[in-house]
Design a protein around this ligand. Structure first.
Ligand code: 6PG
Length: 242
């Protein structure tokens, strides 16, 4: 596992702007090296500044060669204010010239989370067909962390944490909206560049657990993100920093 790289900033906004610059570089390098870049976005509220900063650089990136996924989603309407897809559109995707076919959201209008996860599984297999049956290898994986140590929609002690043969599954959150969809740990850990963005004193204990765990702990899913052949960087404000 690669050692975690901690980068600490006075504010979340400053961390978000610095992260956006690195994301732009990594996405551009991926397109230059392999003809395309694949990006999985984090949900929640923390990444808003990062996405807005990335959107401000819309001319700097070959968006026609960039594919964007949501690392996880709430099983709510795309128009719901709790939708991660809606947040990503409001802050980034509606402001850059990315082809609609390059945006791969979860099918939350389907009959249920399991059906939506099956559709995403097929989409991942289609887009990452060169993965030879292994997990999709995203160029860039953005993640957040909850105060309970969850990441994406992988919650403490969830059965979803043990899935190794599927890349997209339904999961359940301890709070509303409870029905969730998430990429699984094999996908998170296959990424070339994993970036956690986290801020606020309320998450300090979760961060310390994630960073301090000698072994991956299902009680702290963020501690289980250990890229097998990729970089791991934490972007933090001063309130959360160790
Ligand atoms: C979600 C997320 C989740 C998020 C954390 C932090 O759907 O909620 O993807 O993993 O990153 O819950 O959320 P905040 O950024 O809102 O604190």
């Amino acid at each position: 596992m690669s050692e975690a790289d901690l980068r600490i900033f006075p504010t979340l906004e400053a961390a978000g702007r610095a992260l956006a610059d690195v994301l732009a570089c990594e996405l551009g390098e991926a397109v230059a090296a392999r003809g395309r870049a694949t990006l999985a976005l984090a949900g929640g509220g923390t990444p808003r500044h990062t996405y807005e900063a990335l959107a401000n650089r819309h001319d700097d990136l070959p968006w026609e060669h960039i594919h964007v996924f949501l690392g996880d989603e709430r099983f709510v309407s795309l128009h719901d204010e709790q939708s991660n897809f809606r947040m990503a559109c409001d802050t980034l995707l509606n402001h850059v010239p990315i082809p609609v076919e390059n945006v791969h959201g979860w099918e939350v209008e389907m009959s249920g989370p399991e059906a939506a996860a099956t559709v995403m599984q097929a989409e991942l297999e289609r887009l990452f067909r060169d993965a030879d049956g292994g997990p999709p290898r995203f160029d860039v994986m953005l993640l957040g962390i909850g105060e309970d140590g969850h990441t994406a929609s992988l919650f403490p002690d969830s059965p979803a944490l043990r899935v190794r043969d599927r890349w997209a599954v339904a999961s359940e959150a301890p709070e509303q909206p409870r029905r969730r969809l998430t990429l699984t740990l094999p996908v998170l850990n296959a990424a070339r560049h994993v970036h956690f963005l986290a801020a606020g004193e309320g998450k300090r204990e979760a961060l310390q657990c994630a960073l301090g765990a000698r072994e991956p702990m299902e009680s702290c899913p963020a501690s289980m993100v250990r890229p097998t052949d990729g970089t791991l960087t934490w972007w933090l404000d001063e309130e959360i920093a160790p």
